[in-house]
Design a protein around this ligand. Structure first.
Ligand code: MRU
Length: 360
């Protein structure tokens, strides 16, 4: 795998298909905000590693990257149509093991499987293997293009909930870097900027990997949005001062009852918001809603390596051998969620009923 230094652009695309080189260029988000480096990926294994190691992260972005990974995994495959179909299934199974919580990963891989079945399956379109591979690449590109449009729509619906001059707090990074463009929770902030509506954003730094400091503060600052970085343990103080009129976060999976998994620390923010009478909004594409998962208790929560806490950025900050618990996500029970904003509009409780309606 090689890497490529790229100068800062107006907005940074986290996942870029390079059609000239037939490879995936992935912005290495671990290096932000110091360095803008694209990894040049040519195999499914490299995509798996990039997802696992957080070079690409954020629920929609990992789904998009994995979809391109399926194509990379089969593009050199030489065999019958039936064998190619089986290989697509194997590559999807493999990429699905990279991270467990964000359902967008499984959603995108299921979509790639379904496309392969439609192209190559017994009652499918009967296309030849080379054409099927190109069609799979097109499917991955379509997932990416649709996500950009979806995020814009989420932003428009979310912006209806905000007013000029409001303070808005967010946790982790649910911005352009986590999606094809705009983000989910950050989309209204970009659209507000376009429309001349002033929002004052507070970005939690988001321990332990600092997606809020390294990514949210970075991308909003680049876009000229008014953003103030705070440590996670300052959210309550900032709310108590009356500086926050709404909280908006992204999510990795919404269960059928409206419980929401998102970056560790989100639950605490939701409890604080309720204590201060501040609405707590969750923004996500429909592909993040998982009606097959009944409640938050059924969402698999990824646990990550202790080094993220004890020596996150190279310097040891805890005693060697100390016990560590490092869940990457937590679950916010639905009673804390004021509304869920998707590309189809704003959904409120009762979530069990109203989320189901979205899909009918
Ligand atoms: O571990 P990460 O950085 O992938 O976690 C990301 C989040 O928790 C985001 O809030 C979520 O994926 C929504 S991104 C639009």
């Amino acid at each position: 795998m090689t890497t490529q230094q790229t100068p800062a652009a107006d907005w940074l695309q986290s996942v870029r298909w390079n059609s000239l080189e037939d490879r995936l260029d992935l912005l290495d988000q671990r290096l932000l905000p110091d360095e803008i480096v694209y990894l040049e990926l040519t195999t499914a294994k490299q995509v798996w590693d990039a997802i696992k190691q957080l070079a690409v992260r954020g629920a929609p972005a990992i789904g998009i990257a994995a979809a391109f990974g399926v194509y990379l995994g089969v593009r050199s495959f030489d065999g019958s149509r039936e064998a190619l179909l089986a290989e697509v299934g194997r590559q999807c199974d493999y990429l699905a093991t990279s991270r467990p919580t964000a359902v967008n990963l499984f959603w995108a891989l299921d979509r790639m499987r379904a496309r392969a079945e439609a192209l190559l399956g017994a009652s499918g379109e009967g296309v030849e293997t080379e054409a099927a591979k190109r069609a799979l690449l097109d499917e991955a590109a379509a997932i990416q293009a649709e996500d950009e449009e979806t995020c814009r729509l989420i932003g428009e619906h979310a912006l209806e909930l905000f007013e000029d001059g409001m303070g808005v707090l967010t946790h982790c990074n649910a911005g352009g870097l986590a999606t094809a463009r705009y983000g989910t929770a950050l989309a209204p902030m970009y659209l507000a900027k376009e429309k001349g509506i002033a929002l004052k954003v507070f970005a939690d730094e988001t321990r332990p990997v600092l997606q809020g400091a390294r990514l949210t503060a970075f991308e909003l600052q680049q876009a000229g949005v008014d953003v103030t970085l705070i440590c996670d343990n300052m959210a309550g103080a900032v709310m108590a001062k009356g500086w926050v009129q709404a909280v908006i976060v992204g999510t990795d999976r919404v269960a059928a009852n409206g419980d929401v998994a998102n970056k560790i620390g989100t639950y605490s923010v939701a409890v604080l918001a309720k204590a201060h009478g501040i609405p707590f909004y969750v923004a996500c594409p429909m592909s993040t809603i998982d009606l097959n998962t009944p409640s938050g208790a059924d969402i698999p929560i990824e646990e990550r390596h202790e080094d993220e806490i004890t020596q996150g950025f190279g310097k040891r900050t805890a005693p060697v051998g100390v016990k560590v618990y490092n869940p990457a996500f937590d679950v916010t029970p639905n009673e804390y969620v004021t509304a869920i904003i998707t590309e189809k509009g704003v959904v409120r409780a009762p979530y069990g009923e109203n989320l189901k309606k979205l899909f009918t």
